[in-house]
Design a protein. Structure first.
Length: 449
C-alpha cells in the first residue's frame, strides 16, 4: 500500500478517538501530537506540519454540527485538513488544444522517462493521439529507454540518438508533432540542479513553450524535496507535480508536500513499476485510503478499465439469477489480477483499511488465486461450466495435470460453492439497496459499509 507506515500511524491515531469516552482537550492534544509524529516520520517539512497542527487545533473549537457526534466531527476535521494540506481539490491535466505539450523536468533517478511512458499510456487509453520526444542528451540510455517504452505502450517516438543539443532535437520534429493531441517532452536531469542544467532547461523551456511543465519528484527524496521543488519552479515555473515511487517508501511526506512550495498541485502519483501504475492524484481519495476510509471511486474506475460493459451486464444477469460457475469465478480472477495486487485492492475497499490485515495473509491469498487459476487451466470446458460433475477421480486428474495438491483443488471447489451460495442470496433481487443490506448482514464485524 502507498505510504503504509504513515497510513498505519494515522489509523491508529484516529482509532483512539473511536475508543475514547469523552472528547476533551487532553485527547485533542494527544491526537495532534500523534499526527505530528506520523507526518514528521514520513519526512514532511517541519513548518508545514506545525501549520497543519495549528489549523486542526483551531477547528476543534468549532461547534459540533447537528446530526453527528463530537468524535465524528473530530475525525472529519482531521480528514478535511489533511485533504487541504495535500491540495484540497483534484487538478486534472486536460487536453484542451492540439497539440497540448507536456515537458517533464527533474533530477536523475526521479523517474522522468518511465513517467513519460506511463503518461503516454494513460492518455492513449483515453483515446488521444500521443507522441513522446527524447531531448535528454546526457543519460546514455535515455534514447533507447524512451523508444522502447513508446513501442511498449503503442505511441509514436521522436528523437535523434547522437544529437547533443536538445533544442535542435525539438526543432527537428516541431512541425511533425502538430498532428498529435498530446506531445510529452522528456528533458535531461543531473545529480543536482547545476548551472548547466538550469541553462539547458531555460533554453528548451523557451523553445517548447509547453502548456504543462511538470516536476517529476521521487517519493524517497525526503525533506530535500522542498529545496528541489523551489529551484525547479524558479527555473521553469513549474505548474504541476508528479510524485513517483510512492509504493516503495515510508518517507513520501516530503515529496507530497512539495506542492506547498511551488503552489503547483500534484497531478499524478506513481504507485508501481508497471506502465498502468499511474493515477490522477485525488487528495480526498488519497487521504481516505491513508486513514482507512477506502476509495470506492478508484476501485470502480479500475474495474471499468478491465471489465467491458458487455461483460459487466452479462455478470449482472447471472448475479441476479443466482447462476455462477467456475468460468465466472475464473473471469473474476483474471479481472482482479488486471486491477493490481490484492493488497492495493483491499486498500480501496471502505472499512478494509482499518482491519489491519497481516501482509503475509494477503500474500498467501494472492498465491492461492494464482494456484486456482492454474487448476482451472487443467479442467475441461464441461467441468468449468458445471463444477458439480467434478468427482474424486476428476479432482485427482486435475491435481496431476496442474501440478497442485489434491487439497488445493478441493479448496478451489469449496471457494466456488461459497461464492455461488452468496450469489443465490440475491437471486431475483433487483433492488440494490436491499442487496447491500443483505450483504452487510453477512459481512464480519469491522467490514460494514
Amino acid at each position: 500500500m502507498v505510504l503504509e507506515k504513515l497510513g498505519d500511524s494515522l489509523r491508529n491515531t484516529l482509532g483512539k478517538i473511536a475508543k475514547s469516552v469523552f472528547v476533551d482537550e487532553k485527547l485533542i492534544n494527544e491526537l495532534i501530537k500523534d499526527i505530528q509524529r506520523a507526518l514528521l516520520q514520513s519526512d514532511t517539512n517541519v513548518q508545514l506540519v506545525f501549520d497543519l497542527s495549528k489549523k486542526i487545533k483551531e477547528r476543534t473549537k468549532e461547534k459540533t454540527p447537528s446530526g453527528i457526534t463530537q468524535r465524528e466531527h473530530l475525525v472529519t476535521i482531521v480528514y478535511e485538513e489533511l485533504t487541504n494540506f495535500l491540495g484540497k481539490e483534484t487538478k486534472e491535466l486536460k487536453i484542451v488544444k492540439k497539440p497540448t505539450q507536456i515537458m517533464l523536468v527533474g533530477l536523475f533517478g526521479s523517474g522522468k522517462t518511465t513517467t513519460a511512458g506511463k503518461l503516454a499510456k494513460f492518455y492513449k487509453k483515453r483515446g488521444y493521439k500521443v507522441a513522446v520526444m527524447q531531448t535528454d542528451t546526457w543519460r546514455p540510455a535515455a534514447y533507447d529507454q524512451l523508444e522502447q517504452l513508446a513501442a511498449d505502450v503503442g505511441v509514436d517516438f521522436f528523437g535523434i540518438k547522437k544529437e547533443k543539443d536538445p533544442v535542435t532535437i525539438y526543432l527537428t520534429f516541431k512541425d511533425k508533432v502538430k498532428d498529435y493531441d498530446l506531445v510529452i517532452v522528456d528533458t535531461a536531469g543531473r545529480d543536482a540542479l547545476s548551472e548547466d542544467l538550469i541553462e539547458e532547461l531555460n533554453q528548451i523551456n523557451s523553445t517548447v513553450g509547453a502548456d504543462e511543465r511538470l516536476l517529476v519528484i521521487s517519493a524517497d527524496i525526503g525533506q530535500a524535496a522542498r529545496k528541489q521543488a523551489q529551484a525547479f519552479h524558479d527555473t521553469v515555473n513549474v505548474n504541476g507535480v508528479i510524485v513517483t515511487k510512492l509504493e516503495g517508501t515510508a518517507k513520501g511526506g516530503g515529496a507530497l508536500s512539495a506542492c506547498a512550495v511551488t503552489k503547483a498541485p500534484i497531478k499524478f502519483i506513481g504507485v508501481g513499476e508497471k506502465a498502468e501504475d499511474l493515477e490522477v492524484f485525488h487528495p480526498q481519495r488519497f487521504v481516505g485510503r491513508l486513514i482507512g476510509m477506502g476509495d470506492i471511486e478508484s476501485l470502480l474506475e479500475k474495474a471499468q478499465e478491465v471489465i467491458s460493459e458487455e461483460d459487466a451486464k452479462d455478470m449482472q444477469a447471472k448475479f441476479l439469477k443466482g447462476d455462477f460457475n467456475l468460468l465466472d469465478l475464473y473471469n473474476q480472477m483474471k479481472s482482479l489480477k488486471k486491477m493490481g495486487s490484492l493488497k492495493k485492492i483491499v486498500g480501496l475497499i471502505p472499512g478494509m483499511g482499518n482491519m489491519n490485515l497481516p501482509k503475509d495473509m494477503l500474500d498467501t491469498q494472492e498465491g492461492k488465486l494464482e494456484k486456482w487459476r492454474i487448476a482451472m487451466d487443467s479442467m475441461t470446458q464441461d467441468e468449468l461450466e458445471d463444477p458439480d460433475i467434478i468427482s474424486a477421480e476428476r479432482v485427482d486428474r486435475i491435481a496431476a495435470g496442474s501440478g497442485l495438491k489434491i487439497s488445493q483443488v478441493r479448496e478451489l471447489l469449496k471457494q466456488h460453492r461459497q461464492s455461488k451460495k452468496m450469489m443465490k442470496m440475491f437471486k431475483g433481487e433487483k433492488d440494490m439497496n436491499k442487496m447491500m443490506k443483505k450483504m452487510k448482514g453477512k459481512m464480519p464485524k469491522g467490514m460494514g459499509m
